[in-house]
Design a protein around this ligand. Structure first.
Ligand code: GDP
Ligand code: MG
Length: 842
């Protein structure tokens, strides 16, 4: 078995490797090592079976030659591929080429397909069909880099030999080891060469052909020394003994060849290469191989072991080494091949069985039904959240996304609505005035609240509608994403069925969008239809009013305090400056300031109230004319101020005397506050407010003399606040009559209160409706859209798609899938064949 015999096996395996994309078999590199002129290039040439390497006496190989042998089929497309070498040939044509062409050599070669050629890396796209030219090019290229004068270079020459007769192998011809520098060689030439050689042979994938000439004592063999350094166990070193024909008469290398001199696992092989004379005479390779064989057979010493000598035996040995190497790699390749087969079989199964046109209608119907059901289930599971798709970790999807729409998106868009959006104080006032009509505006007209709150409820419509749309869009997404879920591959085999499934479900969804939106719209409409002020959560006018009043009072309190300060200073300026009084005021000031700074804490406010009251009394005591009655009433105010009945009285004032409305309010209050309800004093129900008290009040006891505050009276806010304060303080004094110009002022104040009240009522009522809408809209969507589709999807699919005449169309396979399946079948065939080859090799 020669190296050439390995070609089919290795080629097959390499085909497997290429088609299956397995790791390459990675055949070892063969490198020849030895001293100068020991016959390395000759050995290599013999192995390749081609006469193309420069050989001779003296240093010939001065650059590493990396020789890549590439096996090609004779009918490989690469053989007839047009390469752009015609120009090169013309340019580089020399006399010899010219003569060859003139002699018709090219004609012959043109008729004959040229299947063997060499290509140099440094001359891309030029094919050297003539091996004599290859040798010349190697020489030329060596000169170019390594110089004319014996110098060596580590830069390799890369040569590829394409031939149907070679094994896919890489061989390296290396410069020989020398001791003494000659020519241009540097003084450390030995070390340089050694390093260069080591670089190649130290690779574990390198088989070292350690060449030693038989006419030199083996103890001086540089090659074996070097090989031992990189391969101490000798498992990849083949000893080659050349020039056996040149040994001294009467001596032989039998001991070495038998392994008695130097132990090498792979042994020594004796070789007789062509002599320099043979080369000069152009002795063909075939002939020299023949004479080599004759040499061993006829030699008295080697005759007995002739079969284990010579180039042929070397080839067999290398063959064995390569084969062992391949065998070592085979289990790995086999395992990978099995994995690939498994994967391909699985892939093939995923494309489903070969469509059998002979399938019965029933079978096809069942198939359609199965896929339909799977689709419907996958859709529902996606909504339920039990379907795990690839995107599930990246973003919310399916049911989770719907939940998110309800709670996050819809919830926050509702929360973002300002209940009094687009509603100015002016609007409220106008509404109040309009709703009052020509009547004197005595009460807070419910009509105005009704009128104002209805459009505000309308604000809920847009986000509710958007919520429906978003859920709809999400469902649409789910429908499409179902195809990328588990059943995706199964469905993608039938693109028509898949498209139809999506279409039918999309239609079903679309049908439901309108009614759902309409329902949600009518939900809002319903809330606008009747304003239920009896809703238990509604703040109610009473509470709203008490809040408004309490706030106002607090504000007043603060303002009054600062005014008192002013007034006191004036009074004190007029009267005697009593140190004690001043101290009292200062104390009062401090307390008042403290109150202002710290804000509305109830307890502190009360403290301040007391402080202020005390201060007031102090001030009053200065004035002997101050009526005792009013002082007592003032004390009474201090006592009742923060009590509920007082606020109730104002409520009634605003809510009017309508007994039914009043009754309703009372009932609502009673339900809300189980504590005994105190009916207001009849007087309080019609409490009216008298600006006269301003003048008669605490601050300015002298009715005829305008107080300093009167000067500020035209400042509306101050006046109104002040008036209101008086109103609240002097609740009992309602006998005074209105003064017409004062009534206008009073109404302005009142309107402010009304506006504030209405605003609060709108906010309260709106919040209730908002809460209800936030609850009802998702429920409606679930009922009318999501659940409806879930319930009807299966039925709808059957109605639309399950019919005899549609099965063929629906189950028509995707062409791509068909091609994929065929590819899989082909691959499997290749793998099986490869597996068979591998088992043959072993
Ligand atoms: P390299 O320098 O190691 O590559 O050696 P070559 O292959 O160039 O050979 C050097 C010289 O020795 C050449 O002239 C060869 O013809 C000659 N030579 C090599 N091997 C043998 C052999 O086995 N017998 C004889 N007679 N000459 C050989
Ligand atoms: Mg050489």
């Amino acid at each position: 078995m020669s190296l050439q015999d390995l070609i089919p096996v290795v080629n097959k395996l390499q085909d497997i490797v290429t088609t299956t994309q397995l790791a390459d078999i990675d055949l070892p590199i063969l490198a020849v090592v030895g001293s100068q002129s020991c016959g390395k290039s000759s050995v290599l040439e013999n192995i390749v079976g081609k006469d193309f390497l420069p050989r001779g006496t003296g240093i010939v190989t001065r650059r590493p030659l990396v020789l890549q042998l590439i096996n090609i089929h004779e009918d490989d497309p690469i053989v007839s591929r047009k390469v752009n070498d015609s120009n090169d040939e013309l340019e580089e044509i020399d006399l010899e080429d010219h003569l060859r062409k003139m002699n018709g050599g090219s004609k012959n070669s043109k008729n004959k397909k040229k299947t063997e050629w060499g290509e140099f890396l440094h001359i891309p796209n030029k094919r050297f069909y003539n091996f004599y030219e290859i040798r010349r090019e190697i020489e030329k290229e060596t000169l170019r880099i390594a110089g004319e004068n014996k110098g060596i270079s580590r830069l390799p020459i890369n040569l590829k030999i394409y031939s149907p007769k070679v094994l896919n192998l890489t061989l390296v011809d290396l410069p020989g080891l020398t001791k003494i520098p000659i020519g241009d060689q540097p003084t450390d030439i030995e070390r340089q060469t050694r390093n260069l050689i080591s670089e190649y042979i130290s690779k574990p994938n390198c088989i070292i052909l350690a060449v030693s000439p038989a006419n030199v004592d083996l103890v001086n063999s540089e090659s074996l020394k070097l090989a031992r350094q990189v391969d101490p166990t000798g498992k990849r070193t083949v000893g080659i003994l050349t020039k056996l024909d040149l040994m001294d008469q009467g001596t032989n290398a039998l001991d070495i060849l038998k392994g008695n001199v130097y132990p090498l696992k792979l042994g020594f092989i004796g070789i007789v290469n062509r002599s320099q004379q043979d080369i000069a005479e152009n002795k063909p390779l075939e002939d020299s191989l023949q004479s080599e064989q004759q040499f061993f057979l006829n030699h008295p010493a080697y005759r007995s072991m002739a079969s284990k000598c010579g180039t042929k035996y070397l080839a067999q040995t290398l063959n064995k080494i390569l084969m062992n190497h391949i065998r070592e790699r085979l289990p790995d390749i086999k395992a990978k091949l099995n994995t690939l087969m498994g994967q391909t079989e699985h892939e093939l199964a995923s494309y489903g069985d070969m469509p059998n046109m002979g399938d019965s209608k029933e079978a096809r119907g069942a198939m359609v039904l199965t896929l339909m059901t799977k689709f419907a289930n996958a859709f529902m599971n996606s909504i339920e959240g039990t379907l795990i798709t690839e995107i599930s970790t990246k973003e919310l999807c399916g049911g989770a996304r719907i939940y998110n729409i309800y709670n996050e998106v819809f919830g926050s868009s509702l929360a973002a609505i300002n209940p009094t959006h687009n509603l100015s104080i002016h609007d409220i006032r106008t509404a109040i005035r309009n709703s009052a009509g020509p009547r004197p505006s005595l009460f807070v007209p419910e009509l105005a609240f009704d009128l104002l709150v209805k459009p505000q409820i309308g604000l809920l419509e847009e986000p509710s509608q958007r919520c429906v749309e978003m859920v709809y869009e999400e469902l649409m997404k789910i429908v499409h994403s179902v195809c990328s879920s588990d059943i995706g591959p199964e469905l993608s085999r039938y693109p028509r069925l898949q498209a139809k499934l999506i279409e039918v479900v999309s239609d079903l969804l679309r049908e439901r969008l309108g009614p759902t939106i309409k329902y949600v719209q009518s939900l809002i409409e319903i809330h606008r239809a009747y304003i239920n002020t009896n809703h238990p959560s509604f703040v109610g006018a009473a509470k709203a009013m008490s809040i408004v009043v309490a706030e106002r009072q607090k504000q007043k309190e603060m303002e009054l305090n600062s005014k008192l300060k002013l007034a006191t200073q004036r009074i004190l300026g007029r009267k005697l400056k009593e140190a004690e009084t001043i101290e009292a005021i200062e104390e009062g000031e401090e307390r008042a300031d403290g109150d202002e700074g710290e804000g509305a804490d109830d307890e502190e406010a009360e403290d301040t109230d007391e402080g202020v009251a005390k201060m007031k009394e102090d001030i009053v005591s200065v004035d002997d004319d101050f009526p005792k009655r009013k002082r007592s009433s003032h004390k009474k105010h201090q006592h009742h101020e923060s009590q509920q009945p007082l606020n109730e009285s104002y409520l009634n004032y605003f809510l009017g005397k309508d007994p039914i409305v009043h009754q309703q309010q009372m009932q609502a209050q009673a339900q809300l506050h189980p504590t005994p309800f105190k009916f207001p004093h009849p007087l309080e129900t019609t409490l009216q407010f008298n600006t006269q008290f301003v003048n008669n009040g605490v601050i300015n006891p002298n009715n005829s003399t305008p107080s300093p505050l009167i000067g500020h009276k035209r400042s509306e806010s101050q006046l109104s606040h002040h008036d209101f304060k008086n109103l609240t303080i002097n609740e009992g004094y309602n006998e005074s009559s209105f003064e017409s110009d004062e009534t206008i002022n009073e109404l302005t104040e009142r309107e402010q209160m009304e506006c504030e009240l209405i605003r609060r009522l709108i906010i309260s009522y709106f919040s209730i409706i908002r809460e209800m809408v936030q609850d009802q809209v998702p429920k409606s969507i679930m009922c009318l859209l999501v659940n409806h589709v879930k319930q009807h999807i299966q039925n709808r699919l059957v109605v639309k798609l399950y019919s005899d005449d549609m099965f063929d169309e629906l189950l028509r396979e995707d062409e791509g899938i068909q091609a994929e399946r065929e590819k899989c079948i082909e691959l499997l065939k290749t793998y099986r064949e490869a597996a068979r080859i591998i088992s043959d090799v072993v």
